[in-house]
Design a protein around this ligand. Structure first.
Ligand code: PLP
Length: 476
């Protein structure tokens, strides 16, 4: 493809993208295609001769859009949001053009240096203490991981290497294997499945602990588990505190957990994948009280801060436990400036990394902190609006207090009725929700996901929920 054609193609695509997003409300949220729908729509093999770009454009609606779930429809209320904004899309275009692999500073100095500064901007925006930021002048700083799952694993590996180092000094007679088999980590049983997975991948035991009646992991519970394990000869080394659980957006008692971790020499990682974006609004920072006691903190701007996937922001107070422990430095990756700026390949699992900080830079500059705050506040207000509608109908109850953009609700009564309710709602095809179950109580989750969602969409969602409930209850 020549540059002239590229420009035409890119302009046509920009027009298409803007039309798609601005009119997304008119599309059916979940497509009605069946598995295998796509293969018959395209040839069996790749074309031998090049096709014109217009032929590709012509196929987008027919082949692709007919099978897309429109996550950015204002009537998509499933899972948690995934971000989407014009500045971020354009930044990804530039990142695609530069197409560097920023594994070391010299591999593209701008790629590393913008990331260092953007992680400082972002950290300040959410009120992280300076001890996490590169601007503090110490070793601390931020890194963009692909996902929160990777951040949890990287933190676990850091915790593991810090504890191994300490225990080896205390017990030089113990073998590495003996120490490893004694390591034990902890999280709320409501923590994301990626935490348990990090334990499996890291080859260590991870205990899930019972939260209180508000689904919060408490310090006392953690302390009891640690005491019990120490009595058994185990070595507690890692705790993940969740701020905003996936099922119901509950917040662990971070302040209490932080004290327990600090007094037991245990690495504390904070997983605020979804809710972390809300901390750009000072009125929600009470939910991260005690953050200064943590060793690492992570949230996903790619969820709720208008930065397209993938952009998971992680800060480490002592990156040396990852950087030094997993440093494999072949000659072809070494350079003269080593040590004067981070070589981010040591802060993550893969070697390669895209120029993702461009997305943060574009979004923060083109929205400004003020508009990002407005966006978060609007989503939370819409959730409260749905909550009000729900509470106005005595057939419904809330499963969890609404603090962010998620409403957990259910019909009073049996799980079966609520399962039938969800089937009805999704079957009608106007809106899309997913359920969850905690302590055997099945409930529906309505997450405000799209930046296009307005009160009128919430009215429609409520109408759908009510009509479906009428049908389900009439059948009882
Ligand atoms: N942690 C929490 C609390 C989440 O809600 C999620 C996803 O929703 C994750 C981790 C996983 O995020 P990622 O897909 O970035 O790994």
């Amino acid at each position: 493809m020549e540059a002239k054609e590229f420009k035409e193609f890119a302009k046509a695509m920009a027009d298409y993208v803007a039309e798609y997003l601005e009119n997304i409300r008119d599309r059916q949220v979940v497509p009605s295609v069946k598995p295998g729908y796509l293969r018959p729509l395209i040839p069996e093999q790749a074309p031998v001769k090049p096709e014109p770009w217009t032929a590709v454009m012509d196929d987008i609606e027919r082949v692709i859009m007919s099978g897309v779930t429109h996550w950015h429809s204002p009537r998509f209320f499933a899972y948690f949001p995934t971000a989407n904004s014009y500045p971020s899309i354009v930044a990804d275009m530039l990142s695609g053009a530069i197409a560097c692999i920023g594994f070391s500073w010299i591999a593209s100095p701008a790629c590393t240096e913008l990331e260092v500064v953007m992680m400082d901007w972002l950290g300040q925006m959410i009120g992280l203490p300076d001890e996490f930021l590169a601007r503090s002048g110490g070793e601390a700083g931020g890194v963009i991981q692909g996902t929160a799952s990777e951040a949890t694993l990287v933190a676990l590996l850091g915790a593991k290497s810090r504890t191994m180092h300490r225990v080896k000094e205390e017990h030089p007679e113990w073998t590495e294997y003996q120490i490893l088999s004694k390591l034990v980590g902890y999280c709320n049983s409501q923590a994301h499945s990626s935490v348990e997975r990090a334990g499996l991948l890291g080859g260590v035991q991870l205990r899930t602990l019972k939260p209180d009646d508000k689904r919060r992991l408490r310090g006392e519970t953690l302390q009891e588990a640690i005491d019990e394990d120490i009595r058994k000869g185990l070595i507690p080394f890692y705790v993940v505190a969740t701020l905003g659980t996936t099922s119901s957006c509950a917040f662990d008692a971070l302040d209490e957990i932080g004290d327990v971790c600090n007094s037991n020499n245990v690495w504390l990682h904070i997983d605020a994948a979804y809710a972390g974006s809300a901390f750009i609004c000072p009125e929600y920072r009470y939910l991260m009280k005690g953050v200064e006691k943590a060793d690492s903190f992570n949230f996903n701007p790619h969820k709720w801060m208008l930065v397209n996937f993938d952009c998971s922001a992680m800060w480490l107070k002592q990156p040396r436990w990852i950087v030094d422990a997993f440093n494999v430095d072949p000659l072809y990756l070494k350079h003269d400036q080593q040590g004067s700026a981070p070589d981010y390949r040591h802060w993550q699992i893969p070697l390669g990394r895209r120029f993702r900080s461009l997305k943060l830079w574009f979004v923060m500059r083109l929205y400004g902190v003020e508009n990002l705050q407005k966006f978060i506040r609007k989503h939370i207000a819409l959730a409260h609006y749905f909550e009000k509608l729900c509470l106005g109908d005595e057939r419904f109850e809330l499963f969890e207090e609404v603090t962010m953009g998620l409403v957990c609700f259910r019909l009073k009564g049996s799980n079966e009725n609520n399962e039938a309710l969800l089937r009805r709602i999704n079957g009608r095809g106007k809106i899309h929700l997913v359920p969850s179950k905690v302590d055997d109580v099945y409930f529906l989750r309505l997450a405000i996901c799209s930046r296009f969602t307005e009160e009128s969409d919430i009215d429609i969602a409520w109408k759908e929920v009510k009509a479906s409930a009428d049908e389900v209850l009439a059948e009882n």
